[in-house]
Design a protein around this ligand. Structure first.
Ligand code: SAM
Length: 214
């Protein structure tokens, strides 16, 4: 039993009310201790359904956003998944607990190192690196799924190209104020898109992303 067990159970009820239906996603989010992924000063609010600061001007995504994106990605056990924007490491751990082989890239060195430490503490095999995720991670491509957790101006071509045939990319695309979640399904050399409106992410900075913060 931990101090936050009740709060986490309430968070799951909120997600259910917001139409999150995937039982596995709900189960895993009900188990993973979100407060461990944030600095002491944010922990009190760890199970509120909102994004919270994790330092370096970045945030851990809102639980609802994590749940929706994971549902949309629809990962299966043993799928190879690439995440862009490790941040706190929470989303990567959710995917790992769902049985996926997770690869994650963060551009901020301090955040990347902190997340690596958490993966180690939790005894999870998650491959992580510091770098520009807009370029993907070619050495391990192709992926069954790619999830981008920062808002992009356009869909980075290299990410689409690192999808397996039948693979899926979930990415928020828009201006810096708000984004549309785009789900891209690869069928051979065709990329089919579906859009879901009304999300807000920190910017994806990089060669195929925004050029700078602000
Ligand atoms: N998935 C994270 C979690 O579970 O806490 C939330 C990530 S936060 C909303 C977005 C992250 O994307 C930030 O940590 C930011 O530094 C990172 N980021 C932005 N542009 C990036 C890029 N080109 N490559 C890798 N990471 C990037």
């Amino acid at each position: 039993m931990s101090l936050f067990d009740g709060d986490r159970a309430e968070m799951i009820e909120v997600l259910k009310k917001k139409e999150i239906k995937n039982e596995e996603v709900l189960r895993v989010m009900g188990e993973v201790e979100r407060h461990l992924f944030m600095p002491e000063y944010s922990r009190r609010r760890a199970y509120e359904d909102c994004a919270l600061p994790i330092g370096f001007g970045q945030t851990i995504s809102q639980p609802y956003t994590v749940a929706v994106m994971t549902e949309l990605l629809f990962p299966q056990k043993d799928d190879k998944i690439l995440e862009i924007g490790t941040g706190s490491g929470y989303q990567a751990v959710i995917l790992s607990k769902l049985g996926c082989r997770v690869f994650t890239i963060e551009r901020n060195v301090d955040l990347g190192r902190r997340a690596e430490q958490i993966f180690k503490t939790l005894n999870l095999r998650i491959a992580s690196k510091i770098g520009d995720g807009t370029l993907g991670w070619k050495e391990y491509a192709p992926y069954n799924g790619i999830i981008v957790t920062a808002g992009a101006p356009v869909i980075p071509e290299q990410l689409q190209n690192q999808l397996k045939d039948g693979g899926r990319l979930v990415i928020p695309v828009g201006d810096k104020k708000s984004q549309t979640l785009i789900v891209v399904d690869r069928e051979g050399n065709n990329f089919k898109q579906k859009e879901i409106d009304g999300f807000k992410f920190v910017p994806l900075i990089g060669k195929e992303g925004w050029k700078e913060i602000g």
